[in-house]
Design a protein around this ligand. Structure first.
Ligand code: KIV
Length: 294
């Protein structure tokens, strides 16, 4: 439930939405101004995704993203989020060695950045043990199955997972195992909508889809994709609600034109000296110039 004093959305609130058949609406954010806008719009959950690496830091994939990057970007999102639940995404190799080190890294999202939960990709046996260890350490965890971008070198390319029976069955099993291990919800990325439906019906915890069709309990999109920040390739599952690339380009080109033509700044955009003292100021400065010339 949202905490009554702060109206902050909580994990039980997010989970109750599944029971009430109300959709969970999630989005990514990586900084204060965007988090503030999406929070004020009424988003339920903000994921500070390691997609940060691709949409903000300019990397080709999410592999180079570090714990320091994630903490640095999660903190302002938490500051801005008065209502949304904030989840921090554990970057590649922050949860791949010992459980001890992984739990410590996860704890930094809560202690240093103020997030309410962490997300980890995958559902290997080792990963499931880690979920148990995180839950044991009072760190709520969100799972992530289907296309898991941190496995890019393993997969070879970003493409839909679970199109064949074996792979689909594995993804269903992964989601069930994560639920058993204790995750509070699970992201389903880039899988056929029919497979997402089976998982959503089997799980008691909410499923949040991205490229997983309409039957998930909730949806998440990368903020920069849905506002059209990039004018490059976008996956089929993205709906671009505005072309912010075009809006920003138009504004910046207008600014360039105005400065070049001298139409910006005009008098309205400028500060003014007191008119009754202006003559005196000019006279004084002229006199100083006259003295210098002599
Ligand atoms: O990093 C991210 O933004 C994600 C979402 C795509 C779910 O993991």
């Amino acid at each position: 439930m949202p905490n009554e004093k702060t109206q902050k959305k909580t994990i039980p609130f997010i989970q109750a939405k599944k029971e009430k058949k109300e959709k969970i609406v999630a989005i990514t954010a990586y900084d204060f101004p965007v988090a503030k806008i999406v929070d004020q719009c009424g988003i339920d959950l903000i994921l500070v995704g390691d997609s940060l690496g691709m949409v903000v830091l300019g990397y080709e994939n999410t592999i180079p993203v570090t714990m320091e990057d994630m903490i640095h970007h999660t903190r302002p999102v938490v500051f801005a989020s008065k209502s949304a639940l904030v989840v921090g995404d554990m970057p590649y190799f922050s949860f791949h060695l010992s459980n001890e080190e992984s739990v410590y890294n996860a704890s930094r999202f809560l202690k240093e950045a103020g997030a309410s939960a962490v997300k980890i990709e995958g559902a290997s046996k080792k990963r499931l043990k880690l979920v148990e260890a995180l839950v044991e350490a009072e760190i709520p965890v969100m799972g992530h199955v289907g296309l898991t971008p941190q496995s890019i070198y393993h997969f070879g390319q970003f493409k839909v997972k679970g199109k064949e029976i074996d792979e689909a069955e594995n993804i269903v099993q992964d989601a069930l195992s994560l639920e058993k291990a204790g995750v509070f919800s699970v992201i389903l990325e880039c899988i056929p909508m029919e497979v997402a439906r089976i998982i959503t019906e089997k799980l008691e915890i909410p499923t949040i889809g991205i490229g997983a069709g309409p039957y998930c309990d909730g949806q998440i999109l990368v903020f920069h994709d849905l506002v059209g920040f990039s004018n490059g390739y976008l996956p089929k599952f993205v709906k671009k609600y505005v072309d912010i690339h075009e809006v920003i380009s138009r504004a910046v080109k207008g600014y360039i034109d105005d400065v070049k033509k001298g139409t910006f700044p005009d008098s309205n955009c400028s500060y003014h000296f007191k008119s009754e003292k202006l003559d005196e100021l000019i006279k004084n400065e002229d006199q100083k110039r006259g003295k210098k010339k002599k």
